[in-house]
Design a protein around this ligand. Structure first.
Ligand code: NAD
Length: 333
């Protein structure tokens, strides 16, 4: 498998959470690059075999259904692996404030186990899916990678920081090379959670009214999945060339969009009119739920400096995603 047009580095990769939304696109990309062996480790808690449909039965893909929270047979799969893309996690920020233990186990404990498996079999390269939520309510917007202090307002955000620091320590101690990517909101046709799918589901049930969690002024940055995967491999190529122990990049867009504008786009794409918006007050300050960051825009100067730019704006990404999900639902009826 070629990287940077000059190195042939990877023949065998693990993608944890490879049956999930982003993970399955990572698998697609690796296959297009001609990698010889990919092992997906997923417990299918939110992932779906449908996301891997085009690769099923192919020699290059092995799917291991297992739970990373528990040290088990899956660990053996790390033998002779060149790179681990760790994308398995529970990504539902909302759940993390109601049941914090889930996020500790699914995100922190599972990450620790993945790192231990990597240490056992001496895996060199790592890509970790972190999140914009590590910044909490940043006072600097757009928020750069070196912003501090990191003060997450959700247990999900805390679990991502804890994982990031484990990656850093393991990289320093055990000669690993870890690329930490702090993603903004990533959206696309295979996404199974988040505001767009939530609105579509609600409007299918009742096309006259739409319940919006919070006051609708929450404003965040969205990146289309094709852009997100492109940015992931662009940074990875650069990271490998640099040969440093770890690095952190924001992966996001130049712009942001309000929740109420997302609602307008979804309504339009569903061909509806005169939909009444009902704003549900869940916190005194208009957030969608406790732990919801109201304003999120990542500073993407660092990734731009190495030559990457998003192709689609937040607004375009929302429209494309809404259109594709609606089409998929219509086809399945
Ligand atoms: P997803 O839910 O579609 O994918 C997560 C996958 O991990 C699923 O296939 C799930 O079955 C699997 N999984 C969960 N717990 C597991 C466990 N204990 N053992 C094995 N497999 C397990 O979510 P996604 O949106 O594709 O997110 C992928 C990664 O990117 C996550 O780490 C998430 O925190 C991170 N991230 C996502 C976004 C986003 O907007 N989608 C933004 C920032 C960061």
């Amino acid at each position: 498998m070629k990287y940077c047009g000059e190195h042939t580095l990877f023949t065998k990769a693990i993608v944890t959470g490879g049956a999930g939304f982003i993970g399955s696109y990572i698998v697609d990309y690796l296959v297009r690059q001609g990698i010889e062996e990919i092992i997906v480790i997923d417990n299918f808690s939110s992932g779906s075999i449908e996301n891997l449909r085009e690769h099923l039965g192919k020699k290059y893909l092995k799917i291991v259904k297992d739970d990373l929270k528990k040290w088990g047979n899956w660990v053996r799969e790390f033998k002779n692996v060149d790179i681990v893309f760790h994308y398995a996690a529970n990504p539902e920020v909302r759940i993390s404030s109601i049941e914090p233990r889930i996020h500790f186990e699914e995100n922190v404990l599972a990450t620790f186990n993945v790192l231990e498996a990597s240490r056992k079999y001496d895996v060199k390269y790592h890509v970790f899916a972190s999140s914009s939520t590590v910044y909490g309510e940043a006072k600097t917007i757009p928020t750069p990678e070196d912003y501090h202090p990191l003060e997450p307002i959700s247990v999900y955000g805390a679990s991502k920081i804890a994982s990031e620091y484990h990656y850093i320590a393991y990289s320093k101690l055990y000669s690993m090379n870890s690329l930490i990517l702090r993603y903004a909101n990533i959206i696309g046709p295979r996404s199974s959670h988040g505001v767009i799918i939530d609105f579509i589901k609600k409007l299918l049930k009742n096309p006259r009214k739409l319940e919006i969690l919070g006051d609708g002024t929450q404003k965040k940055s969205y990146l289309y999945i094709i852009d997100a995967v492109d940015a992931t491999f662009h940074t990875l190529n650069h990271f490998i060339r640099e040969g440093i122990d770890y690095d952190i990049y924001n992966i996001g867009n130049d712009d942001w969009i309000r929740v109420v504008d997302i609602a307008d786009i979804v309504v339009e794409e569903m061909g509806l009119e005169n939909v009444e918006y009902i704003f549900v007050k869940t916190t005194p300050d208009g957030r969608g739920w406790p732990g919801d960051v109201k304003l999120m825009l990542l500073d993407i100067k660092k990734i731009k400096k190495i030559g990457w730019r998003p192709k689609w704006s937040s607004r375009e990404a929302v429209r494309m995603t809404a259109r594709e999900i609606i089409k998929k639902i219509k086809q399945s009826i």
